[in-house]
Design a protein around this ligand. Structure first.
Ligand SMILES: [Zn+2]
Ligand SMILES: [Zn+2]
Length: 220
């Protein structure tokens, strides 16, 4: 894809690994109990979980922070997120359990997310790791972050601010998005940046002037 950028496909959600001068960076951690799967995937690229120095968290949903506490225990990595999502990650303000029978079924399938302390809260425009710019992209969640890596013309880690399907980009699915209008505004802000490659929490990477796919999504 891009030198030193790896996509670990953990079922329907992706985790990304980036090799930097500042050590290994993981973007998100997948569902609860996925640390061994991440470890196996890292061994596939001759790395190990213990080498992870930083975890950049896009947002507090369980398919992204599910294995955060375990990754922290096994690596000692520095955990970075946005302040607005932090209370849902640290357990200070747990996200409400999904309502109804379907909600209970889904939460049983997902498992319980173990809360964990964060090491750094990063604002819009912050640089949590040299080369990475945090972009506050609220809407899907209030504290959603995307990350722009200054490498190979720009690599956007969109998280769930956008999703891809067959090379096309769209905003996050409305039923799991806190504020769809704000999410649309965040998508438009991403489309104003410049990047060649985009990777997502859900869906395959888009390569080669990826920003044009975002501009097409905003244009409708
Ligand atoms: Zn999400
Ligand atoms: Zn997700």
């Amino acid at each position: 894809m891009v030198d030193g950028v790896f996509e670990l496909r953990l079922g329907y959600v992706n985790v990304h690994l980036v090799v930097t001068d500042d050590g290994l960076v993981l973007v998100d951690t997948g569902l609860p109990g996925r640390a061994p799967v991440i470890e196996r995937a890292l061994r596939g690229v001759r790395r190990s979980l213990g080498e992870v120095r930083t975890v950049l968290v896009t947002h507090h949903h369980p398919d992204h922070v599910g294995s955060l506490a375990e990754v922290k225990r096994r690596s000692g990595a520095r955990l970075v997120a946005h302040a607005a999502d932090a209370p849902h990650i640290t357990g200070a303000f747990p996200a409400a359990a999904p309502a109804g029978a379907l909600g209970r079924l889904v939460s049983r399938m997902i498992g319980t997310v173990e809360p964990t302390k964060l090491d750094q809260l990063v604002p819009d425009g912050g640089e949590p790791v040299p080369g990475f710019t945090a972009l506050h992209t609220p809407g899907h969640t209030r504290g959603h972050l995307s990350f722009l890596l200054d490498r190979a013309g720009g690599v956007l880690f969109a998280g769930d601010a956008a999703a891809s399907r067959r090379g096309r980009v769209s905003g996050p699915p409305r039923p799991v998005t806190a504020d769809p209008a704000q999410a649309a505004a965040s998508l438009a802000r991403l489309a104003e940046r410049e990047f060649e490659v985009a990777v997502f929490g859900h869906g395959r990477a888009v390569t080669g002037r990826a920003v044009e796919a975002f501009r097409a999504a905003v244009a409708g």
